[in-house]
Write a protein that binds this ligand. Structure first.
Ligand SMILES: Cc1ncc(COP(=O)(O)O)c(C=O)c1O
Length: 391
């Protein structure tokens, strides 16, 4: 074997794994144990004192979950990773590892609506103040800095309008202000972008989406420096308790093996669908970072290696046209979530974004006729035919 770092397909299949030492099984066992034999009193004392590694209790660490953590760290080019029970648990754990009551944070406006609610309502009630800014322009981030700003939170591409954040520019602003940067990179996956390579401190994912890829497990992950990840594990995660179950870790590990292959096809299918929609008379605009018409296409080319499987577009007929399309499509499933093998379609104004006011929704670019499409792995012609019929 050469010393060269393995490629992304190899890492997705092998990182973190070795044949089971007891049985030789190539597929990692699902360790369901909640507690582990400490061996001897001395061994237990050494583990508790942090002098020795060892599993003690599955809320603190689990062997199946540990494999997935190592794999995500390898894919993200991170020192370490920590799995959580959902993407929201990853966001909450990573954010609470940085901010305390009295601190200020800056967040991009275009983020997953539940993350917006978490910052705007739940964390505000705990004394953590968030300023939301249009982070497509790094100058807005710089202008919102305060002496007590501890965190800059980004999502890129941002849900659902696929707005991008300039990682290098925002990471430089954060470094000067001594603030930590966290980026939700769920839409991109490490196959299409690695924010840490551009100076971002911490990446989080909802692994419910592309990592799992088959719509049958909920999970999340935080990746970053060994120190950041250890602090997340030792405090917020251990005490909040939002851990990933071993069975879900197994399912997500299996999905991860084909992540690079699936993402390549998601990228190709989404570009074909976006090009079709762009010329359709019922569509007023299409947002896809891979289209020349995307306002940040140049930035996408700089910091992304592929443009992802998410496409969003606006229908000329507003809410009614959105509802009509949802009721007309047959192949695309009317369902929230994204990143599955099957295509999923939603009308955010009547579903995911109905939890925020119309004013706030419009400020996030979520217009009445906006449709979000998670382009699946079916034949692109069949997805296009389904949309064409529906439109
Ligand atoms: C971009 C993004 N981040 C985070 C989440 C939350 O993930 P989970 O549902 O796994 O908690 C979602 C869910 O849709 C999402 O789309």
């Amino acid at each position: 074997m050469s010393d060269k770092k393995p490629g992304i397909h190899t890492l997705a299949i092998h990182a973190g794994e070795a044949p089971d030492p007891q049985t030789g099984a190539l597929v990692p066992p699902v360790h369901l144990a909640s507690t582990y034999h400490l061996g001897t009193a001395e061994n237990g004392a050494a583990i508790f004192a942090g002098e020795k590694e060892g599993f003690v209790y599955s809320r603190w660490g689990n062997p199946t979950v540990a494999i997935l953590q190592e794999r995500v760290a390898a894919l993200e080019n991170a020192q370490a990773a920590l799995c959580t029970g959902s993407g929201m648990a990853a966001i909450m754990t990573a954010v609470l590892n940085v901010v305390r009551a009295g601190d200020h944070m800056i967040s991009a406006t275009t983020i997953y609506p539940s993350a917006y609610h978490l910052f705007d309502v739940e964390l505000r009630a705990l004394g953590i103040d968030t300023t939301f800014v249009d982070a497509t322009d790094a100058r807005n981030v710089a202008a919102a800095l305060r002496p007590n700003t501890k965190l800059i939170y980004l999502e890129s591409p941002g849900n659902p309008i696929l707005a991008l954040c300039d990682f290098e520019a925002i990471a430089a602003i954060a470094r000067d202000a001594d603030a930590t940067t966290i980026c939700d990179s769920t839409f991109a996956t490490p196959i299409n972008q690695r924010p840490l390579d551009f100076g971002i401190d911490v990446v989080i994912h909802s692994m419910t989406k592309y990592f799992c890829g088959h719509g049958d497990a909920v999970g999340g992950v935080i990746a970053g420096s060994a120190d950041f990840v250890k602090r997340c594990a030792d405090a917020p995660l251990r005490y909040l308790g939002g851990i990933l179950s071993p069975l879900n870790a197994y399912l997500i590990l299996r999905g991860t093996q084909t992540l690079p292959l699936r993402v390549e096809r998601h990228n190709a299918n989404a570009l074909a669908v976006a090009r079709f929609l762009e010329q359709h008379p019922q569509v007023s605009w299409v947002s896809y970072p891979g289209l020349e018409s995307h306002p940040q296409h140049a930035l996408a080319q700089k910091q992304m290696r592929g443009f992802g499987g998410m496409v969003c577009f606006d229908l000329k007929g507003g809410v009614q046209a959105g509802a009509r399309l949802m009721n007309s499509v047959k192949l695309c499933a009317l369902a929230v979530s994204l990143g599955d093998a099957r295509s999923l379609i939603t009308h955010p104004a009547s579903t995911t974004h109905s939890v925020v006011s119309r004013e706030q929704r419009l400020s996030q670019g979520v217009t009445d006729g906006l449709v979000r499409l998670s382009v699946g792995l079916e034949d692109a012609e069949d997805i296009i035919a389904d949309l064409e019929r529906g439109l």
